[in-house]
Design a protein around this ligand. Structure first.
Ligand SMILES: [Fe+2]
Ligand SMILES: [Fe+2]
Length: 248
């Protein structure tokens, strides 16, 4: 009898438990993309309001148009130079959000924007290492204190400085144009040429000199161009500026 009971126990114990709960296998969240950032209400609102506030003080356009262009150019620079897809995506995200801090104040917008992005991206569960790259790029995009500190940062610096165009002028009255407006208004075409083989990055501009002289252009852009040169160096490239077909 004992033998039979033992046999039965052994048989029962060897039957796999079919009623055990099936635990879900943890799935890593998909990496955040520019699309996620563009769809987030907080980013959308702060960029919109940042531009409204720049418009209120007569500044050039710093809204979704500028954000989109800088984002696209920053991504393109890294893609064309053969960097990883993820690094290019982070450049696109940093490029899109780089001027968001203008919603606080133009002065200090670099630091404010980096801290705002830190808060939102943390909430969106971006890994700390990626957040560090993005906020470092936002925090270093502007002269005189910004410096290229990563490939992403270097790409954002060059992309930001490349967006000079008449369509950025928000002041309606030409009489009130300041030198920033005149210089932007004078640029009829701007194109950033990246040549991976020649290791060169060239900003090509077509300027209408009836609106701003090349001297005025330099007055505004000399510091920006120094920063672009440093950024290009960081990417192992040479930076060139070509205005009206002339290499400068
Ligand atoms: Fe900025
Ligand atoms: Fe900018």
């Amino acid at each position: 009898m004992i033998q039979e009971e033992l046999q039965e126990l052994l048989i029962t114990a060897s039957v796999p438990a079919t009623s055990a709960p099936i635990l879900p296998v943890p799935v890593a969240p998909a990496p955040l993309t520019l699309k996620d950032i563009r769809h987030d209400t907080r980013f959308r609102t702060y960029i919109t309001r940042a531009n409204e506030q720049m418009q209120a003080i007569g500044y050039t356009e710093h809204g979704h148009r500028h954000a989109g262009i800088v984002s696209t150019i920053a991504r393109t620079i890294l893609t064309q130079l053969g960097h990883s897809e993820r690094e290019a995506e982070l450049a696109a995200i940093a490029g899109y959000t780089h001027d968001m801090g203008c919603v606080v104040n133009r002065i200090g917008h670099v630091e404010a924007g980096a801290l705002m992005a830190y808060t939102i991206l943390t909430d969106m569960k971006m890994p700390a290492g990626e957040i560090a790259t993005v906020i470092g790029a936002i925090g270093n995009h502007e002269e005189p204190n910004g410096l290229p500190i990563s490939h992403v940062s270097a790409a954002v610096i060059i992309a930001d400085k490349s967006d000079v165009h008449f369509s950025r002028v928000q002041e309606k009255d030409p009489v009130k144009y300041d030198i920033h407006d005149r210089v932007n208004y004078a640029v009829q075409k701007s194109y950033l040429r990246v040549d991976a083989e020649a290791k060169s990055i060239t900003l090509e501009l077509e300027i209408d000199t009836t609106h701003a002289s090349v001297t005025e252009y330099f007055e505004i852009f000399v510091l920006r161009m120094v920063l672009c040169r440093r950024a290009a160096d960081f990417l192992s490239c040479k930076f060139h500026l070509r205005i009206n077909g002339v290499n400068l």
